[in-house]
Design a protein around this ligand. Sequence first.
Ligand code: HEM
Length: 392
Amino acid sequence: MIKAFSVVAALALCWGAAVAQTAPASVAAPPAVPATAISGIQSQNILEVKPDASEEPGYASQTNGERAKVQPGNNAPMWRQVNSGVAGYSSLPKSEAPEAGVLIQPFVQYPGSRLTNAGEAWHQVRNNWLIPYGGSLLLIVLGAIVLFHVKVGPIKVHGEPTGRLIERFSVFERSAHWANVAAFITLAVSGLVMAFGKFFLLPVMGATLFGWLTYVLKNAHNFAGPLFAVSLLVVIVTFMRDNLPAKGDLAWLLKGGGIFSGHEIDSGRYNAGEKVVFWGGVFVLGITVVVSGLAMDKLLPGLSYDRGTMQIAHMVHSVSNLLMLVMMMGHIYLGTLGTKGAYEGMKTGYVDEIWAEQHHKLWLDDIKAGRIPAQRSPGAAASARAGNAVQV
Ligand code: HEM
């Protein structure tokens, strides 16, 4: 019965369609259906929906389920909870993934950032402070050194070399120093390219080459870091004793070492300026750079390696290595172009007596008085070298 009715209905429809297709052209088209007449699901202006869902009692503290009943599709309670840094459930072990249940970090305000979630706050510190001000600081110090070199010039040796050589650095001291320098230069170059390379290298070499370069340098940085850590410890232990504060250091500092008067203030094996670099640049900043770097390498035992730890380690690392770089720029200048004869001392181990008299008179006095041996390194190589060195 139903089948028969369906067949009849289908035939009627076909007949209707055929009649419509064969209708004469003169028959007027039906008037356009007004928009308001469209039936089915319609949208509504949310601002006109009354009563407003926010008038619900306890609207602000609704759970996502409660909110869905009054405002379907409004997931604000869930996102507010995600944004608050509350850890949700995760089946991953805490030891391996300490933050697996935290999608967005909680709000913090780092020095120099707005109050915002920690990832964004770190981003603001890096991009708005560390990069522009750190870069400017390096350029300003570099400019000051160049200006000083051009205007004041290097500290020359006052007088002719005597030919009498004194052992300033033993083979061990020099190897410790230069091993540390090799790691330091690798870290400094790779670190500078990673931080500032996109401003001065990327436009020149293009993204492909720059990407490869930074990838290689990033690995060189991670490799040189632990080498620097070990050699830094050796340098600290090796040079610590003669960098301890001594009588005359304060006078040296107050008179700026006499660098502008042209008459150097007497000092022991190391002057007070070198001691400031040793304790400030090598000891405090060096250890801070190493510890924060090892944290970023996940090599420090007992730390929870989550994003917050990494962000703080990165900011501490950046600030301390920028300051250390600045101090080391001064050290490198004074150890090469700035002080005639200093580099030879660290290269060969020996300095002329006249150099020692001019720069480290109290040290020379101790040697002359026999309190410090003029020749400290034992062994054949050292003796051969000493053959050249007339004992003072
Ligand atoms: C290219 C880089 C460097 C050069 C050319 C250089 C050069 C020198 C020179 C010539 C001396 C001997 C100064 C004197 O006779 O009183 C010296 C001493 C010293 N350097 Fe360097 N240096 C460099 C990098 C470093 C670095 C990276 C460190 C450690 C982080 C460092 C730590 C020391 C220490 C501890 C001394 C012993 C004197 C003191 O305590 O101030 N140097 N350096």
